[in-house]
Design a protein. Structure first.
Length: 353
């Protein structure tokens, strides 16, 4: 398994990050048991592509890992194969409910998670996502999510104020705010460095950042994890779900290859080995943890995961408070929300470094 992991992780930008580039199934034959044909697999991070980016509407991929924020757009383009691997039943008996909701659009399931004051408040999706989360927590109901996405922030200053109060905690003594002035947006590696340097800081980030920090400095103590108080409440945590999807234009000709890859990439062995850096330190080494968050709840019953206090905190938060980020409508609204919120929060007054 570690050999298979290494073949994937060699494409990563840093040792702990996932692969963001295209790879061929041919390089994974011994892992999947598939011996003929080449499968174009694209593994992505949600903030590394614009609407289609490296996934154009043409048949440029067979399988892709995509942030479900884009599900509506891809489904409406008739680009995705519904339920591409029937052997993986996506329901709440095996997966977090928020993840099931995230991969379902129009009653159809397309795919088979991740948490976002050192932190980044800038980026085309970031503020709209925070606003949606704050709106839900302000009005205490996940059912209000799409109402929030389509609302005008100018009429919901109480929602916006919770984002403002949280971002103010990042203010530095010289009056600058690296969370809002694009510093961490343009230099994400600096966020990790600042967390390590400032031993008593809070930081707002995806769970994988915990792994990055502890990998670079094992002496850093991460004591507790909690949802950010957006909307004045920690009742709900909006989760961003990446899922494997299949291109319906090539699905029939590569169905078996797609099925084999999905089973390999989502298998318990692969998920656990990847989570504990089997490609870097060996299967038995306990010195490295990536803190990736698989949606399959079975992952968290593994003995190593159960013995990891941070993983157990994350599991409790996702299980009790996790809700799916919008998988429709947010794409069309994101530019308006980002511009409006930036103005209301006065982020653009000292925008440049």
């Amino acid at each position: 398994m570690s050999h298979c992991l290494r073949q994937i992780s060699t494409l990563s930008r840093t040792p702990l990050q996932r692969s963001y580039d295209t790879l061929a199934l041919a390089s994974l034959r011994e892992c999947t048991g598939y011996t003929s044909g080449v499968l174009a697999v694209t593994l992505l991070s949600g903030y590394h592509y614009t609407p289609w980016g490296v996934i154009p509407k043409q048949a440029a991929f067979d399988v892709a890992e995509v942030d479900m924020i884009l599900l509506e757009e891809m489904a409406n383009e008739n680009l995705l194969e519904p339920n591409p691997n029937p052997s993986i039943e996506v329901d709440s008996s095996s997966f977090f409910q928020f993840a099931v909701n995230a991969v379902t659009y129009g009653g159809t399931t397309y795919g088979s998670g991740t948490l976002q004051l050192i932190g980044n408040f800038r980026g085309s999706w970031t503020l709209p996502g925070y606003y949606s989360s704050a709106y839900v927590n302000t009005y205490y109901g996940a059912s209000f999510m799409y109402e929030g996405v389509n609302s005008d922030p100018n009429y919901h200053e109480d929602v916006v104020n919770s984002i403002k109060q949280l971002s103010y905690r990042c203010m530095r003594s010289d009056g600058s705010n690296p969370c809002t002035n694009r510093y961490y947006r343009s230099k994400p590696e600096k966020m990790t460095e600042d967390v390590i340097r400032s031993k008593e800081s809070h930081f707002l980030a995806y769970a994988e950042v915990i792994g990055e920090v502890l990998h670079r400095d094992p002496d850093v103590e991460v004591e507790s994890i909690a949802p950010p108080p957006l909307g004045g409440s920690e009742r709900y945590l909006q989760m961003y779900t990446d899922a494997l999807v299949a291109n319906r234009n090539t699905y029939q000709s590569k169905k078996e290859a797609i099925k084999r890859f999905m089973e390999f990439y989502t298998s318990d062995d692969f998920r656990h080995s990847y989570a504990f850096c089997g490609d870097m330190v060996g299967e038995g080494d306990t010195s490295c943890t990536r803190y990736v968050l698989p949606a399959n709840t079975k992952f968290y019953q593994n003995s190593r995961v159960k013995e990891n206090s941070l993983y157990q905190q994350l599991y409790g938060i996702m299980n009790d408070r996790g809700i799916s980020a919008p998988n429709s409508e947010l794409y069309d609204r994101r530019e308006y929300l980002d511009t409006t919120l930036s103005t209301m929060l006065e982020y653009d007054k000292k925008d440049e470094l």
